[in-house]
Design a protein around this ligand. Structure first.
Ligand SMILES: Nc1ncnc2c1ncn2[C@@H]1O[C@H](COP(=O)(O)OP(=O)(O)OP(=O)(O)O)[C@@H](O)[C@H]1O
Ligand SMILES: [Mg+2]
Length: 391
């Protein structure tokens, strides 16, 4: 709360105390009732200030909540009590905010992790959790984080982008939306690639919203970020091992489990390890319409990235290439340049005739600031979506 507040700390403490003595969820109604019980006479603006402020403190991200509420902010990053940054409109900006001391930052991280159903302590000093409002939380405690707890919060939009929204904000060039919609309609297996924060998860959510409402989508994730607007979504989330190292349910385990759940689409939120073997295996065994995302700086880097992931699962490059070429029908690549996130390429996967290496051939090229044009792989992509020519 700001320094010019109309409510003093004693009143806040009194309301906080009353709420703490009660049980059940902290709702605005409970906060308002606790305020009335104190007998304090305050105007409606001050009463609202108490309710909003305490709700943020007890449930939300406390002093960081106003930053998360800014619609242009996508990430809030805390490196220290007075070292807070936001990613806003395409650039990182320092925020003049004072979170107290390192102990207060640690308490905030531990409380946020708890609201996301995870523990964060010396025995398990890192956490990846999803807060009740959808925000993704990552936190690392010292001494793993040097000096102060490091917090990374990723804002997730409450209303997923529709393809029309993505065209309007320039992420999809006109025409590219129709190609993507057609790929979803024909149940192509899609790999969304891009470097960090380019909008892969967001685009994947939008594409899944286009799936036939009669289909059953099983989403497998580390922290439950995908939010497709679709009537039939089942979420499976990994479980990390306990302090004795037992009880882990990994992404690979969940991909295997999902195949027994009568999925129409198996979706792996992010493929970043040995689970590449299970997901390619699933997509190769009749589970069409599957999707995943992968970190790669360019669509042409996807083969090397997949080979590196395959190596973690003990797959040779040859085995990986054989699996990937039949499992993946299109690569949808995203780039970010400042505030602009853009699907710059839709590519098809093939194999080099001479070397047998996996290749990624552009079918649609859509550079930032330019128009979408057909690339050398267009005929193969058009064939898959049943189109004759570009446009
Ligand atoms: N087209 C867009 N316009 C505006 N904001 C966007 C757009 N796409 C994504 N965002 C926002 O950017 C942030 C990052 O998006 P997202 O999580 O989809 O990226 P990502 O590539 O999956 O990131 P990561 O590499 O961390 O998995 C989110 O806050 C999201 O709401
Ligand atoms: Mg993501």
């Amino acid at each position: 709360m700001s320094a010019d507040r109309a409510v003093d700390d004693a009143l806040l403490a009194a309301v906080r105390d009353r709420v703490a003595r009660g049980t059940g969820p902290v709702t605005p109604e409970r906060l308002a009732a606790a305020l009335r019980e104190t007998g304090a006479v305050v105007g409606s603006a001050a009463a609202e200030q108490v309710v909003v402020g305490l709700r943020a403190e007890l449930l939300g991200a406390g002093p960081l909540q106003p930053l998360l509420d800014d619609p242009e902010v996508t990430d809030v990053l805390v490196n220290g009590p007075r070292d807070v940054w936001i990613d806003r409109a395409g650039s990182l900006q320092a925020v003049p905010i004072d979170l107290g001391d390192a102990a207060a930052v640690r308490m905030l991280a531990v409380r946020l992790a708890a609201t996301g159903g995870q523990r964060l302590d010396d025995a398990r000093p890192t956490v990846d959790a999803r807060l009740p409002d959808g925000t993704r939380l990552h936190a690392v405690l010292p001494p793993v984080a040097d000096g102060c707890t490091a917090l990374s919060l990723r804002v997730v939009r409450h209303r997923p982008f529709t393809p029309a929204d993505l065209v309007a904000c320039g992420t999809l060039a006109p025409g590219v939306d129709a190609v993507l919609e057609a790929l979803v309609r024909v149940r192509a297996n899609l790999l969304v690639s891009g470097s960090t924060g380019t909008g892969k998860t967001t685009v994947l959510s939008t594409l899944l919203s286009l799936a036939d409402p009669g289909e059953r989508i099983v989403c497998i994730e580390e922290s439950g970020e995908l939010a497709p607007r679709h009537p039939h979504v089942v979420r499976l989330l990994v479980r990390r091992p306990n302090v004795e190292g037992a009880g882990e349910i990994s992404l690979a385990d969940l991909v295997r489990e999902s195949l027994r759940m009568r999925p129409d689409r198996v979706v792996l939120g992010e493929c970043r390890g040995a689970e590449v073997r299970e997901v390619l295996g699933a997509l190769n065994t009749g589970h069409d319409g599957g999707c995943t995302t992968v970190h790669a700086n360019a669509a042409q880097d996807v083969p090397a990235r997949l080979a590196a992931l395959g190596a973690l699962a003990g797959m040779t490059s040859e085995a990986l290439a054989t699996q990937a070429v039949s499992a993946l029908h299109a690569v949808v690549h995203l780039r970010r340049d400042g505030g602009c996130r853009r699907v710059t390429e839709i590519a098809v996967v093939g194999r080099d005739r001479d070397t047998g290496d996996l290749t990624v051939e552009p079918a649609v090229l859509s550079p930032i600031g330019g128009e979408a044009v057909a690339g050398p792989g267009w005929a193969r992509l058009a064939d898959r979506i049943g189109w004759g020519r570009w446009g």
